[in-house]
Design a protein around this ligand. Structure first.
Ligand code: ZN
Ligand code: ZN
Length: 273
């Protein structure tokens, strides 16, 4: 299996060489799992030679537009293209109602001659918020992170912990810096893809580079950084991280032979920059 970053930028990246942080996991039997589907998605897919035709499965981590803003495009495109089947849509069960009622239905509820629902466009597969789903024989564990705390509640995003060919991967999705909450996953992962804000002004709803610098070296050396802003980047390798992920960067995972050899298995096989 191969993991490709269709983009590695922040929600509002203006970098002409990047898109929002959405990934695609290419299976061995013709299925592709899109990890988040933001408003940049049709261009992000086009630039790696893909289209809506290639999207068989989607996972949604939370409801910001850089993670769900492309669902209208995928939903309509697959619905009215006879070559397509309905994509499977995996998502935390607590988001299902909000996704349709408060995000998608305004544009997608009415189609010619009938009223549509989420099921019209997708096969929803709600996952318990701390549960797992299985895709292509691999188990994906949802890891709730604290993304925003408004005046009433904590709004979570749902990261993923999964294993590919013997490599344990923690993909944070959007998260504040909350090492105590995520420590278990940091420690048991072989590789971590971590949300990383790089602006001088901290939004506080993402993990900032300066905060990630405070993590132990043993964690930093397993960590690739993504979801960063337009502009100059610090020297992440110098600071003990694996680096900033570039758009188009791909990862393939080989069986690990020893813990020491692990880092060598994660070299990108292609870098667009
Ligand atoms: Zn985001
Ligand atoms: Zn977000």
């Amino acid at each position: 299996m191969k993991l490709t970053f269709l983009g590695s930028g922040s929600a509002f990246t203006l970098d002409p060489d990047n898109y929002q942080s959405n990934l695609i996991l290419t299976g061995d039997r013709g299925r592709n799992l899109l990890l988040d589907c933001g408003s940049d998605i049709r261009f992000a897919l086009r630039d790696v030679g893909l289209s809506h035709l290639d999207i068989t499965d989607i996972y949604i981590s939370h409801l910001h537009a850089d993670h769900v803003g492309g669902l209208e495009f995928i939903g309509f495109s697959t619905q009215f293209d006879p070559r397509c089947s309905k994509p499977q849509l995996y998502l935390p069960e607590s988001l299902v109602n909000d996704l349709w009622e408060n995000t998608l239905s305004g544009g997608m509820r009415s189609i010619q001659g009938r009223t549509a629902t989420l099921d019209t466009y997708f096969n929803p597969c709600p996952v318990p918020d701390r549960g797992t789903f299985v895709w292509e024989g691999k188990s994906f564990q949802l890891v709730p992170t604290v993304h925003i705390e408004d005046d009433r509640e904590a709004v979570e995003s749902y990261g993923l912990f999964f294993e590919l060919d013997g490599t344990k991967i923690f993909f944070t999705t959007d998260t504040q810096f909350c090492p105590d909450r995520l420590r278990t996953f940091y420690e048991k992962a072989d590789i971590i893809f971590h949300d990383c804000e790089t602006t001088p002004y901290k939004s506080t709803v993402h993990s900032h580079y300066d905060e990630l610098l405070s993590l132990p070296a043993s964690i930093r050396r397993k960590m690739w950084l993504y979801h960063y802003q337009t502009g100059p980047l610090p020297d992440a390798r110098q600071d003990g991280f694996l680096g900033f992920v570039r758009r188009g960067q791909q990862f393939q995972f080989a069986e690990r032979t020893s813990p020491v050899a692990a880092v060598g298995c994660f070299a990108p096989i292609q870098n667009s920059s």
